[in-house]
Design a protein around this ligand. Sequence first.
Ligand code: ATR
Length: 282
Amino acid sequence: MRDSRETFVNHAFVVGHPIKHSRSPLIHGHWLEKFKIAGSYRPIDVSPAAFPDFIANLKGEHRSFVGGNVTIPHKEAAFQLVDRPDALSEELGASNTIWIEDGRLHATNTDGHGFVSNLDERAPGWDRIDRAVVFGAGGASRAILQALRDRGIGEIHVLNRTVGRAQELADRFGTRIYAHPMEALREVMGGAGLFVNTTSLGMDGDAAPDIDFGGLASGAIVTDIVYVPLKTPFLLQAERQGFATVDGLGMLLHQATPGFEKWFGVRPVVDAALRQVIVEDM
Ligand code: ATR
């Protein structure tokens, strides 16, 4: 028999494969406690083969869930399987946040929101720039290009080892996005106000290529989606050359806020206490 009190408790999940490294349970757990919400947020490991059933069951067997996050490798499948992906997911072909509304499964993608909100918080006014340089052309790069374009950044230059992948993104995301091979680095850095690393280079102490940030505009900002370590090789190099940097932890924290609000009805805040929770777990 179901405990009648359970009907008032909202349950959410993060689903991935593997899932044990996800920091999302720490983030949502912190907010649930902070706002004294009698809800839960749990990690669930689901293989790609079992994922379609997992999604179908959200309206059946698993209907105690109000929604959840979707992470690697299921973001594309989630977009395909929900009833109502929003326009952001549609363009990216990937969703990371799901909720049930009027008996239907809805989805969005909050990675771009996380990226711009981190810059808005830590470098207000960052968007008064004419040119941005984005290094990398994978899944994270897509969401960032979409967000930079939607913020109205004039020119966005994508540099990638495999220039064809950068070209695909340029073709897909807009006329003021330009693709380049790595050799064009010096040329595209000239006068740029923002450099973003969207690759995993430099993660967990791995080596990263040397990048000369010298050509960036004065006052330019260098940011990284990698947040372990907080000071990545790219950020350390940029600081040595006198540029301001924004670490990637805030992107992770801010991408979580829209989901929490959908599932639990409270708009959470990203603050120093939350950052500390994640830093202590690193
Ligand atoms: P994600 O979806 O997490 O962004 P991805 O699709 O595997 O991951 O993309 C990884 C990005 O890192 C790509 O831009 C990749 O460059 P390629 O498109 O040429 O593969 C880039 N990358 C990974 N390892 C790299 C390396 N050693 N040197 C340069 N770029 C690298």
